[in-house]
Design a protein around this ligand. Structure first.
Ligand code: SF4
Ligand code: SF4
Length: 504
């Protein structure tokens, strides 16, 4: 039954209905506008010396940086890109794209490079302005997201904002590869025989409705798939935003939405160039963020950019760009370097001087033995995704556990001023406590990271076997490279957890 939830009585019709999602997206859009309103002009509290008193008590900062950002990770783990189903920004972008210039997006833009630059830019905003700590900065950030979604929608057809500029969507596209959830056509032969193809059609069409004795007709502009997919050709879940447009327009009821087996899309082809770049930046930022609570490790991670900034005589403002370049590109490459070296050593084959292969091994062109570094990293990324998602999930759980108690306060006093004063100045209110005690939580975190590690090992095996035609039945150098990288990453995350939750 869960292979296709669209067939479940009651639930299926609700999920299929366009009105369900219009209503949910409208509510989400209203919530977004309310967040902008409650954050606007709220920066600090006059007379209070603390720099960022409203970080958790204000509705806007709490909602975006705690509930949405952390909740999205939890949702992505189970349902892949289903956040995109209800995202108000992507929705606005898609709706406007039907009425604007409808330009085709240039292929040189549609490659994850712009969204990687956006992620780097966001990190710079966090370093320079701590936008996640201030309601007004957060409101301005949200407003710019909306403006960019509007403008992109008016220029390009399809959901160009999601493809070009949304880092959340790019993160989801990575995690969707291992989520136990997918949208696929039920029977490809039905699609092959379908001539109308309303799921991808963008031709204007007439619709009719009867009202008493009257018949109303109006012209509609179908949007097709908002990210340019052909449902019958989908073979991994990375790009589908689960907007359900194809579910609603399919005239043969041939699209299904439900659970799938392990390893999801992990044994398919590796990440492309732009995706690999995004993956590296995400890996670096996430791992550095994870290490924040382990002071010695944090200092070790940031030693190089700090030393360079000092030797150049640059103040804090000069350190930040160095830190982003280091953490976003060089640090993740260093983390993966031992695995790359192991793989390269595993590729060495010995041949005789006459050019005859030794021990019967075939001579392989150098270019085929040493695949490009980026394409190898794109393949190596696949088995590392469960480990990285588990670290991301652990961070999200810790944050939600510590700060979820502010929800009631943010609802009662959206500005956050009265709550802050009551807790910290007048002390008439106790600060919200954690949901689960740290003594319990630390074991939950250990279990999450261990699960990520085991799933990564299984994924490494699946990737090493997939498409490998060698005599050993498995690409052994790749398997070893993945294991080395996994040990390094899990050592990093594990030592942080031990120091932070068990030693301190
Ligand atoms: S890709 Fe981003 S903007 Fe687009 S629907 Fe998903 S979360 Fe929203
Ligand atoms: S394949 Fe279907 S659900 Fe996925 S993005 Fe395209 S129209 Fe939406």
């Amino acid at each position: 039954m869960l292979k296709n939830i669209l067939n479940i009585p009651v639930l299926g019709p609700i999920v299929r209905s366009t009105w369900t999602w219009r209503l949910v997206r409208l509510i989400m859009l209203a919530l977004l506008l309310v967040m902008i309103a409650f954050g606007w002009h709220q920066h600090a509290i006059p007379g209070v010396k603390v720099r960022d008193p409203l970080m958790y008590s204000n509705f806007t900062t709490f909602n975006l940086w705690v509930l949405w950002m952390m909740g999205m990770v939890v949702v992505a783990m189970v349902f892949g890109r289903s956040w995109c189903t209800v995202c108000p920004v992507g929705w606005i972008n898609g709706v406007l794209s039907r009425f604007g210039l409808r330009r085709e997006m240039p292929s040189w833009l549609n490659n994850f490079v712009p969204v990687t630059l956006v992620l780097v830019f966001l990190q710079l905003l966090v370093y320079f302005f701590s936008i996640h700590r201030y309601p007004d900065y957060t409101a301005i950030f949200l407003t710019w997201m909306l403006i960019l979604a509007l403008v992109a929608g008016l220029v390009f057809r399809q959901r160009s904002f999601c493809l070009l500029l949304c880092p959340a969507g790019a993160v989801f596209s990575l995690y969707a590869r291992l989520a136990p959830w997918q949208l696929r056509v039920s029977d490809k032969s039905v699609c092959a025989g379908c001539s109308a193809k309303p799921c991808i059609s963008m031709e204007p069409a007439w619709r009719q409705a009867a009202l008493g004795g009257m018949r109303l007709s109006w012209r509609t502009q179908p949007e097709g798939c908002p990210v340019g997919l052909v449902p019958a050709e989908i073979n991994d879940s990375s790009a589908c935003t689960l907007c359900l447009n194809c579910v609603q327009t399919c005239c043969n009821d041939n699209v299904s939405l439900g659970v799938r087996g392990w390893p999801g899309d992990l044994n398919k082809q590796g990440l492309r160039f732009g995706e690999t770049l995004f993956f590296l930046v995400l890996l670096g930022l996430l791992t550095a963020n994870f290490a924040k609570v382990y002071v010695d490790l944090r200092e070790a991670v940031f030693w190089a950019p700090e030393t360079l900034a000092v030797s150049l005589g640059w103040e804090a403002a000069g350190f930040y760009p160095l830190a982003v370049i280091w953490v976003g590109l060089i640090f993740p490459l260093l983390l993966l370097l031992p695995g790359v070296l192991v793989y390269l050593v595993g590729q060495i084959k010995v041949s005789t001087l006459e050019g005859e292969p030794a021990n019967g091994a075939s001579v392989v062109p150098t270019a085929a033995i040493l695949p490009g570094l980026i394409s190898f990293l794109g393949r190596l990324a696949l088995p590392l995704l469960p480990m990285i998602l588990s670290a991301h999930f652990a961070l999200a759980i810790v944050k939600l556990n510590a700060k979820f108690g502010y929800l009631l306060l943010a609802l009662q006093d959206p500005s956050g001023v009265k709550s802050y004063l009551a807790i910290n100045v007048m002390q008439t209110l106790a600060p919200p406590g954690v949901l689960v005690s740290l003594d319990v939580l630390k074991w939950v975190i250990v279990a999450i990271l261990l699960t990520g590690f085991v799933l990564s090992v299984l994924a490494a095996r699946a990737v090493a076997k997939s498409g490998f035609t060698g005599q050993r039945g498995m690409d052994l150098p790749f398997m070893l490279a993945a294991l080395v990288s996994l040990v390094i990453l899990s050592g990093f995350y594990g030592s942080t957890v031990v120091e932070w939750l068990f030693v301190r």
